[in-house]
Write a protein that binds this ligand. Structure first.
Ligand SMILES: [Cu+2]
Length: 167
């Protein structure tokens, strides 16, 4: 009897740290997993979200130029609920950005950039396009229907590189 109690105690002494270690490992990996998900999870904007992998309803070519214009080369209107594939071409000699958000989100973003100029968003709502290059952005429009498309490269918004649509 004593012996079996003894062995239970020993078993307990051995297995408890092993379980504790396993638990802490599980805990750690799930925390890391969460962190990873949080980092790779697309931002949810007031005007929608990235739609990577989805089938687009519409394709809209966009031209960014050094004359500070954002031109949509398609007369197809964007409607609430649309998944739009933007194909963004930079025809200029300087980098431009194509960013989607509500007017408030864009203003907050520019305020952030004014203190951290190189922190352009990479969450699927914005893309910096180098001169002569093209990038794609797939966006699902839902929510607020006043959508602001901006270039938030330093000074460009102030020079008129902005476009507002009411879907
Ligand atoms: Cu620009």
């Amino acid at each position: 009897m004593n012996k079996s109690i003894m062995s239970l105690v020993i078993l307990g002494a051995i297995s408890t740290p092993a379980i504790a270690e396993m638990n802490s490992h599980d805990h750690m990996s799930s925390e890391m997993g969460m962190e990873h998900n949080a980092m790779s999870m697309p931002s949810v904007s007031a005007v929608g979200m990235p739609a990577n992998g989805a089938q687009p309803d519409k394709v809209i070519p966009v031209v960014l130029s050094d004359d500070m214009t954002i031109q949509f080369k398609s007369s197809t209107p964007i409607k609430p609920g649309d998944i739009v594939q933007f194909v963004i071409m930079n025809k200029g000699k300087q980098s431009h950005e194509f960013s989607i958000g509500s007017p408030k989100e864009q203003a907050d973003y520019r305020a952030m950039l004014s203190s951290m100029p190189n922190h352009h968003k990479t969450d699927g709502s914005s893309v910096v396009v180098k001169p002569g290059q093209a990038q794609r952005m797939l966006w699902h429009f839902h929510g607020t229907t006043t959508v602001e498309f901006d270039c938030n490269m330093s000074g460009h918004y102030g020079k008129g590189m902005t476009k507002t649509l009411v879907l």
